[in-house]
Design a protein around this ligand. Structure first.
Ligand code: NAD
Ligand code: UDP
Ligand code: UDP
Length: 338
């Protein structure tokens, strides 16, 4: 038998749209690295009102301080694993620690954030009739047996490994998105984000680009985890934000890979950082962590064809912007390189 389900009830905000064309946008995880850049971009449009929800686990109010007091901006300390009642038209759901050292620090909390947090944001989207975008990850491909990775690839993930709170968490989040779409008719968008870098990354968050840049500026050895031949593809944050907004505004549910197809081994990345930032620092090989994917590179044909999007900033162009930001925060001006 079929179950007749009520359609989402339009929120009062929806009715108010007859009188004004402002869009109220919720950004979960908006105090984080990608989230705060996304907020900056959304705030540039005078028709947007932005509400950020964040528990400050890995993010910081500092990232948003230029918007404090702005009439179109609101910041709420809130954990997405708890029910949230707001009236919005769009939801960018980013809340989730992204760096392996942070998501492994409290794996149970990470999976709760991915599963219960996404369920709550979907329940909210359903209640108010909002469109919702999930920032999923290239980690859903695990240690990929297909290279480069297309969206059709189902992945190779260890379900009981130390990374699975994140990988499997995001895979369930994607499943929930599609089930709400099929069962309740929600408008969903899924971005599979590949490694992203840029200003405002947490200096000590353990990710490879932030580690190497901080090490080079501090005059410490660059720590390449064994074997050093593993690859990643690095996307500059402004390109990423542009891709996310295009996905939200377009007609495709995704999943769509958003990333820069330029592929580098970790040894090549260390050599590039050394050359650009501090040729005096040595490169040191150190032990790796379990289940580290050996290769990763997005196939971005879909993003190109469906979103008209491709990255513009190469790694060599992007690294100096990040160096400048890290030097300011570390208090080490360029001329004082040791
Ligand atoms: P980030 O850690 O800087 O930002 C995540 C934000 O979410 C932080 O501000 C954090 O405080 C907040 N948060 C975490 N748990 C929360 C909770 N339970 N309730 C409310 N807020 C919570 O990470 P980022 O690099 O900006 O990543 C943003 C999103 O993009 C994440 O969903 C991540 O999985 C995804 N992603 C990022 C990358 C990357 O390379 N940066 C790659 C793939 C996917
Ligand atoms: N939810 C929320 N805000 C809302 C509506 C729902 O946080 O405005 C949460 C709610 O607490 C629930 C989840 O979203 O746990 C899923 O909601 P849904 O209505 O889909 O499921 P149900 O409440 O029927 O289990
Ligand atoms: N890595 C490294 N040195 C570091 C930190 C990380 O060589 O100081 C390597 C790590 O082993 C992995 C790659 O860099 O192969 C990317 O790691 P990161 O934690 O940045 O992100 P991931 O893509 O694994 O989520």
């Amino acid at each position: 038998h079929t179950i007749t389900r009520p359609r989402p009830i339009p929120s009062p905000l929806r009715f108010s749209k007859f009188f004004q064309s402002n869009l109220r946008i919720l950004v979960t995880g908006g105090a984080g690295f990608i989230g705060s850049h996304l907020v900056d971009k959304l705030m540039e449009n005078e028709k947007n009102e932005v509400i950020v929800v964040d528990n400050y686990f890995t993010g910081s109010k500092d990232n948003l301080k230029k918007w404090f007091g702005h009439p179109r901006f609101e910041l709420i300390r809130h954990d997405v694993t708890e029910t949230l009642l707001v009236e919005v038209d769009q939801i960018y759901h980013l809340a989730c620690p992204a760096s392996p050292i942070f998501y492994k620090y409290n794996p149970v909390k990470t999976i709760k954030t991915n599963v219960i947090g996404t369920l709550n944001m979907l329940g909210l989207a359903k209640r108010v009739g909002a469109r919702i975008l999930l920032t999923s990850t290239s980690e859903v491909y695990g240690d990929p047996l297909e290279h480069p990775q297309k969206e059709e690839y189902w992945g190779n993930v260890n379900p009981i490994g130390v990374r699975s709170c994140y990988d499997e968490g995001k895979r369930v989040a994607e499943t929930l998105m599609f089930d709400y779409h099929r069962q309740h008719g929600l408008e969903i968008r899924i971005a599979r984000i590949f490694n992203t870098y840029g200003p405002r990354m947490n200096i000590d968050d353990g990710r490879v680009v932030s580690n190497f840049i901080a090490q080079a500026i501090r005059g410490e050895p660059l720590t390449v985890q064994a074997p050093g031949t593993q690859t990643r593809s690095f996307c500059y944050v402004s390109d990423m934000v542009d891709g996310l907004i295009r996905l939200m505004e377009g007609d495709n549910t995704g999943p769509i890979n958003i990333g820069n197809p330029g592929e580098f081994t970790m040894t090549e990345l260390a050599e590039t950082v050394k050359e650009l930032i501090n040729p005096a620092v040595p490169i040191k090989n150190v032990e790796n962590t379990p289940d580290d994917p050996r290769q990763r590179k997005p196939n971005i044909t879909k993003a190109k064809e469906l979103l008209g999007w491709e990255p513009k900033i190469t790694l060599r162009e992007g690294l100096p912007f990040m160096e400048e930001d890290f030097r300011q925060r570390l208090g080490v001006p360029k001329q004082h390189v040791t």
